[in-house]
Design a protein around this ligand. Structure first.
Ligand code: XMP
Ligand code: MG
Length: 183
């Protein structure tokens, strides 16, 4: 085992994307959103728990008038999707006629957003876009498209920067990926 690996419960992870790479990409995304939403007052809706660190970093990079609200959805258990999306904390913000930017940690199969988007559209927002820290294009099973994606990654389980394995690893400052048994 090398010094940079981390073990969480029964699994070992190796470094995948550095803190600096993350900071640079998130700053770029914030700059793009500042440009695209200039003169508007978007409302970010961050999906808890996984997106809280990404949402905080992205939000601090916005210089336009923007608000933020949170919902808590869950569809994962361990390292695989349970296939069922549960709303643990619902939406309390009035989003009618607002420009909504959904903030997600990762689009994996796309099921979470596929199930959540009708709830958003049902409340008549002015517009909806999706920003995600990560996307696994080869795992996508639903027609969900992010307007802003920090990183496309391979179809393996990742932790860190807000993402967890069974509740642990969210505080790792960079992104780690599951180590192959053969490595
Ligand atoms: P779906 O399949 O609905 O998955 O797009 C989205 C949610 O599942 C969680 N997820 C992960 N969490 N490492 C994690 O820590 C991963 O590799 C991973 N893949 C999916 C995540 O909460 C996301 O919102
Ligand atoms: Mg999540």
């Amino acid at each position: 085992m090398t010094a940079t690996e981390v073990t969480i419960l029964d699994k070992t992870f190796v470094p995948y994307i550095t803190e600096q790479e993350i900071a640079d990409r998130v700053a770029d995304m914030a700059a793009q959103i500042n440009k695209d939403y200039e003169g508007r007052k978007p409302l970010l809706i961050a999906i808890l728990n996984g997106s809280f660190i990404f949402a905080a970093d992205l939000f601090r990079g916005l210089h336009i008038d923007a608000g933020i609200s949170f919902v808590k959805l869950a569809s994962y258990l361990g390292t695989s999707s349970t296939g069922k999306v549960v709303t643990a904390i619902g939406m309390d913000a009035n989003i009618t006629d607002r420009h909504i930017i959904i903030v997600e940690d990762i689009i994996d199969t796309g099921k979470t957003l596929h199930e959540f988007l009708p709830e958003i559209y049902g409340r008549n927002p002015a517009s909806v876009s999706i920003t995600t820290f990560l996307s696994k294009p080869s795992a996508l099973q639903y027609d969900v498209k992010a307007r802003y994606t920090a990183f496309d990654i391979e179809n393996k389980f990742v932790v860190g920067y807000g993402l967890d394995y069974n509740g642990l690893g969210r505080n790792l400052p960079c992104l780690y990926i599951l180590k192959d048994r053969s490595e």
